[in-house]
Design a protein around this ligand. Structure first.
Ligand code: MTE
Ligand code: MO
Length: 468
């Protein structure tokens, strides 16, 4: 084999812009990734590594540590890194401080930790137990000491700093029951239709909890916000989780949602009656009912009133939906709207895909969940056992009335129904929900397909075989 040229770290450093070509080194090799940059699923973040070693980034964004990603990188190998520049990789694992998790989780990525509970348990209780609530982390879980923790609230030139105790003393606690769903829930099905980029979530990146905290509106008013100030359009949240460049997770919501007395946006310190577990945002997280999971910023420590949306990567270059014909080359993240309120969705939790089921008196029981964003209630769930030709309305189970301090329906509806089947039949079970604005789910993935696989809310179809 022809021996590859040897480059120094200085040679690599000269290639850090699109015009010079973009080179990186990883372990003992040098790669020219110019052609890959535009297609990078993590977007422009890749440029942070331009002209240097990417080892530390790959430790941080450990999704890269799979044979598939390594194979992509190998295609771009142009040479070897000189021995003197092969610095020992920092073995200080940013994920050394992760909390422990139940082994039953279906793991989509270990570092950062992304996992959903098994479908069999998802709808067994109206309130999702904390230990079984899906986890969606973009970065390592931060270790936060309550003694030094302060919430910074910035309104105009004023910054108020509050300990968790201050916050609890100054404001009345409220409890809001809400369903949180990741924008990527059910992405795997969309990818089956046509491949999308993103973690392969099944239908369990969703859960419901009672969150106790203080109203964001009260905190902002206390910090002196003038809700009528035309220069304040967004409330930005920053999380305490950050990467090696100190860029933290962040997101923002419109001021109208933040200040609406019935918007029920809170900064929560309890999840189902106990301190919020580390994976879900200890000690404080934003709860933005009816909105996409991504804005429910965990480990929140900065709240800023601003004229613009958060500059976070996850507000500006992710969590945006495009038309089915938009490609990574044509996607314009600057003009695309951020996903905020969520559309109506439902899914079958039992039986499972391709299960063999036993009928009883010509029927089987089908169960699942339905939910809509924006505080819209679920009016009806239709279920079919013939692929969608005929339908039956399911029995609906809702939250206990007055279980929380809200006037809106932020939480899911569970449902069940007995549908007719014949022994030996192969049937396709289907469900679709209707929300209180009479929004309904699209029949297939084709018309809603988008390159990142967000908002995958087509009719849920489950093929099963009825035993003889
Ligand atoms: N907040 C911070 N600080 N860091 C994160 O990675 N992930 C967001 C959101 N808040 C995230 C975050 C996303 S995309 C989702 S779907 C929800 O948290 C997941 O919340 P959970 O892990 O409690 O289920
Ligand atoms: Mo998410």
């Amino acid at each position: 084999a022809k021996s590859l040229p040897v480059y120094s770290a200085d040679d690599v450093a000269k290639h850090s812009t699109k015009s010079s070509g973009i080179w990186v080194s990883y372990k003992d090799s040098v790669y020219d990734i110019s052609k890959f940059v535009d297609g990078h699923p993590g977007g422009e973040k890749i440029l942070l590594g331009a002209g240097g070693p990417i080892d530390a980034f790959w430790n941080m964004y450990a999704v890269h540590q799979t044979p598939e990603v390594l194979e992509i990188l190998q295609q771009y190998k142009i040479g070897l890194l000189s021995k003197k520049d092969q610095k020992p990789v920092d073995l200080n694992d940013p994920f050394a401080n992760e909390p422990s998790r139940l082994p039953v989780f279906k793991i989509n990525s270990k570092k950062p930790f992304n996992a959903e509970p098994p479908l069999e348990v998802l709808t067994d209780s109206y309130i999702t137990p904390n230990e079984l609530f899906y986890v969606r982390n973009h970065l390592p879980v931060p270790k936060i000491d309550l003694k030094s923790y302060r919430l910074e609230v910035k309104v105009g030139k004023r910054t108020v700093k509050l300990s968790l105790d201050d916050l609890k003393k100054r404001h009345k606690p409220v409890t809001i029951t809400t369903t949180i769903q990741c924008a990527g829930n059910r992405r795997a099905e969309m990818s089956e239709y046509k491949t999308v980029k993103g973690l392969s979530w099944g239908p369990c990146a969703i859960g419901t909890a009672r969150w106790t905290g203080v109203r964001l509106r009260d905190i902002l008013l206390d910090a002196g916000i003038d809700a009528k100030d035309p220069n304040i359009k967004h409330i930005q949240f920053n999380g305490k989780d950050d990467d090696i460049t100190k860029a933290c997770y962040g997101g923002s919501i419109p001021i109208s949602k933040a200040m609406a007395p019935d918007g029920d946006v809170i900064l929560a310190y309890k999840m189902n009656g106990v301190d919020i577990p580390r994976d879900h945002g200890y000690p404080l997280r934003a709860i933005v009912p009816g909105y996409v999971g991504a804005r429910n910023v965990k480990w929140v420590h900065q709240v800023t009133a601003s004229h613009e949306e958060s500059h976070s990567h996850w507000q500006r270059n992710d969590y945006k939906a495009f038309s089915p014909s938009t490609t990574f080359e044509t996607a314009d993240y600057k003009t695309a709207p951020s996903i905020q309120e969520m559309p109506v969705i439902s899914a079958i939790s039992s039986p499972a895909v391709n299960a063999t089921v036993y009928e009883e008196q010509g029927h089987i029981e089908v169960k699942g969940y339905a939910w809509s964003g924006g505080g819209r209630d679920i009016l009806r769930v239709d279920v079919s056992s013939d692929g969608g030709k005929t339908w039956q309305a399911a029995n609906l189970t809702k939250d206990e009335p007055n279980a929380d301090d809200s006037a809106h329906c932020w939480a899911w509806t569970l449902w069940n129904v007995d549908v007719p089947v014949k022994p030996g039949q192969k049937v396709e079970l289907v469900c679709k929900a209707v929300d209180s604005a009479f929004n309904c789910q699209p029949e297939g993935m084709g018309a809603i397909w988008n390159l990142r696989g967000f908002l995958s809310n087509a009719w849920h179809r489950i093929p099963v075989t009825v035993a003889q």
